[in-house]
Design a protein around this ligand. Structure first.
Ligand code: ATP
Length: 235
């Protein structure tokens, strides 16, 4: 059984001048699962994610994030969210552990005692004392997730987390995402590759040119009963 929706949009649109990036979009991300936002380059995935996080304003429509209206209740909503919307950056001359210490000092001092646990959680215990500048892209992505975990988010939103990773890195990222779900978090990833989403996610939404094409589990979409999850929380 899926939990309550962690992200919900109603009539959401985004225009850049004359260009329609998101057409009226009603969709929802069920809680307690790994959810894939699938679409080709330019489909509007990044635009949608940025609006959901309140990084750019919507042209019209409504967004509910973890039950909070966006952007009005932005602070309350974002308290439960960890997001990676671009390649995470770190101080290259500081170690992985030191980078997390800095992040904890800046954002969340209570997390200082959990840094070793977080490093273990993202599979970086053995590289924690190496400089972040020596990390591969996959390791930087995982350290980025570790930085998110310092605030113990209920929901992680990752824009193209597997982009540019080699097959081993993709495998690690997939395992990472699955284990985040196993410990009770919700995860939404975006991807332009069906294969990545199919192997990683429990459910997905397909968007193209800012429009929702289908949503549900892969088998629901394949069998055409693809509106099962969309609107399932409606009264
Ligand atoms: P990609 O994986 O290539 O980032 P995407 O699915 O994330 O693709 P978006 O980046 O959200 O797609 O772009 C959706 C559409 O909105 C595209 O047509 C893009 O050109 C347009 N767009 C995005 N940002 C802007 C902007 N700041 N100004 C004008 N047009 C934009």
């Amino acid at each position: 059984a899926q939990g309550q929706a962690v992200i919900q949009t109603a009539g959401l649109t985004k225009r850049f001048g004359d260009r329609v990036a998101i057409a009226p979009l009603d969709f929802q991300v069920p809680g307690g699962c790994a959810f894939g936002l699938l679409g080709p380059n330019g489909a509007g995935k990044t635009t949608l994610i940025r609006m959901v996080l309140g990084l750019i304003p919507a042209t019209s429509g409504e967004i509910t994030l973890l039950g909070h209206q966006m952007p009005a209740s932005r602070a309350a909503a974002l308290a439960g969210v960890g997001a990676i919307v671009e390649e995470p950056r770190f101080h290259p001359y500081l170690t992985g552990r030191e980078n997390l210490r800095v992040a904890a000092a800046v954002r969340n001092r209570g997390a200082n005692g959990r840094i070793d646990a977080v490093l273990g959680r993202v599979g970086l215990s053995d590289r924690a004392d190496d400089k972040a500048g020596s990390y591969s892209l996959g390791m930087r992505q995982r350290l980025g997730i570790g930085r998110c975990l310092l605030s113990d988010p209920r929901l992680l939103i990752l824009d193209e987390p597997m982009n540019g990773l080699d097959p081993a890195g993709i495998q690690e990222m997939r395992g990472m995402i699955r284990s985040l779900v196993d410990e009770g978090r919700s995860v939404m990833i975006s991807s332009h590759l069906l294969d990545e989403v199919e192997k990683t996610c429990d459910a997905l939404a397909i968007i193209d040119r800012g429009e929702l094409i289908a949503a549900g589990t892969m088998s629901e979409i394949a069998s055409g009963t693809n509106d099962v999850l969309v609107g399932s929380d409606d009264p």
